[in-house]
Design a protein around this ligand. Structure first.
Ligand SMILES: [Zn+2]
Length: 439
């Protein structure tokens, strides 16, 4: 018998590993922050003596979901401004509200709210882009959730910095203070081609290369963005980014709803990653990312919710369902993006995009123990023929019962162990009273 910290016995385990297996009556042995072994429950009970041993006899265990694009603190703007187009939404609602309200306390409170929601929906890692990334990193670290914190860059002044140089300087300082952290990594996050000019983009390319971190950017979110860029620069944004040397395996291009055939070839040849945010794209009527075609060309496509102001939730189970359904509609093909492919987008593809697929994204021996338990014993998921089908097409996030991150029990029978739900809700209400009364 080997002594370990935790032994989880489950009815089903979907490891999201090679060949998409679904293991029945298996167990996960966890010691410290790692998965030691996944093996049949009967064998596990004779091989391991665990300090904590738990039965999940009606549950499916999956790898923690990875939200590959969000703006966590924007949770405080959830429902503030809906049902309008992207540029109207940004220029006349979101940017003015941000310049008026966003400060360190806003980011702290909004990020805590977002993390609480994400953990309760089975998300164990998020790729963020927002102001005060130092606060986001600290809050995530304290909450015990994994985060890739975006070092945001814009040409114009905001509450965080006054020009591109200052954004980069402050971003690099945040990177340095979380260097080698177990849970927190960073990426450069130039907002979009239309908000960051060539000179800073060139610097970001070389800094990101030197620092060995990815670059996350909204690219080709709407047709309007592309048309405006052609008027101003004579080029489509993706071609401009190619000229600037940014389209590489380090790039996470978010949205990509406007793609010509030659651009799909560029993406495939460059090895860059696409982050698909179907609910935000639908809500803002931004267009459709041709996900199925991209996957068929071997392009890595991850999944994100975008911020709660344009979604309006941070629910990766819901996002998977939406992605699977929209992909079929867009491709006019019901075989496009099957459930198992949607689950890969929300797990291993996200890890690959962030360059951490050696650590997370699937349940395999040696990887970090980021695990989610989903209770299938409910009317809504009865009967059950195929757990993967239910995960994508039938489950709701209320069925997420438990979450572990790096072996730590972060959500225990739907109760957050590292965050105070009551105080998070109170603080968010206080903010909404201020914001709502003056907007
Ligand atoms: Zn976004």
């Amino acid at each position: 018998m080997t002594n370990i910290d935790t032994l989880l016995h489950a009815r089903w385990i979907i490891p999201v590993s090679e060949g998409d297996p679904c293991l029945v009556n298996h167990s996960i042995a966890i010691h410290e922050d790692r998965i030691v072994e996944i093996l049949p429950t009967e064998t596990a009970k004779n091989s391991y003596k665990a300090a904590v041993e738990q039965e999940y006899s009606q549950h499916v265990l999956i790898p923690g979901l990875i939200n590959a694009h969000t703006h966590a603190a924007m949770s405080l703007f959830r429902g503030l401004s809906d049902d309008i187009a992207l540029m109207d939404w940004l220029q006349n609602h979101i940017w003015p509200a941000e310049s008026k309200w966003v400060n360190e306390d806003f980011v702290q409170c909004g990020t805590e709210l977002a993390i609480a929601e994400m953990l309760r929906s089975g998300t164990t890692c998020f790729n963020d882009m927002y102001y005060f990334p130092d606060i986001t990193a600290r809050v995530a670290k304290n909450a015990g959730i994994r985060a890739c914190v975006g070092l945001i860059v814009l040409d114009f002044p905001t509450v965080w910095a006054s020009n591109a140089e200052e954004y980069m300087e402050k971003g690099i300082a945040v990177h340095d203070s979380f260097r080698n952290d177990d849970l927190i990594t960073t990426s450069f996050a130039p907002h979009a081609p239309y908000t960051v000019s060539d000179r800073p983009l060139e610097k970001i390319r070389s800094f990101a290369h030197e620092m060995d971190i990815p670059v996350t950017m909204h690219v080709h979110e709407t047709a309007h963005e592309v048309e405006e860029a052609i008027e101003k620069t004579g080029m489509r944004p993706l071609h401009r980014l190619v000229e600037l040397g940014l389209v590489s395996p380090s790039l996470l291009a978010v949205h990509m709803t406007q793609l010509e055939q030659n651009e799909i070839e560029i993406l495939a040849d460059s090895g860059c990653h696409v982050v698909h945010c179907p609910e935000s794209n639908l809500k803002l009527a931004s267009g459709f990312c041709p996900v199925s075609e991209l996957l068929n060309r071997g392009i890595n496509v991850a999944l994100g919710t975008d911020g709660a102001a344009s979604n309006n939730d941070l629910d990766m189970l819901g996002e998977m369902r939406c992605a699977a359904l929209v992909a079929k509609g867009v491709a006019a093909d019901p075989t496009a993006l099957p459930a198992s492919a949607a689950l890969r987008m929300a797990t291993i593809n996200g890890a690959r995009a962030l360059g951490i697929d050696d650590k997370i994204g699937s349940l395999e021996a040696g990887k970090n123990a980021d695990v989610v338990a989903i209770n299938m014993n409910s009317i809504e998921t009865t009967p059950l023929y195929d757990p993967v089908s239910h995960l994508v097409y039938s489950c709701s996030r209320e069925q997420v019962s438990d979450v572990w991150i790096a072996g730590k029990h972060a959500l225990k029978n739907r109760v957050l162990t590292g965050l105070d739900e009551t105080s998070i809700r109170q603080q968010a209400h206080e903010w909404s009273r201020k914001i709502g009364s003056e907007d």
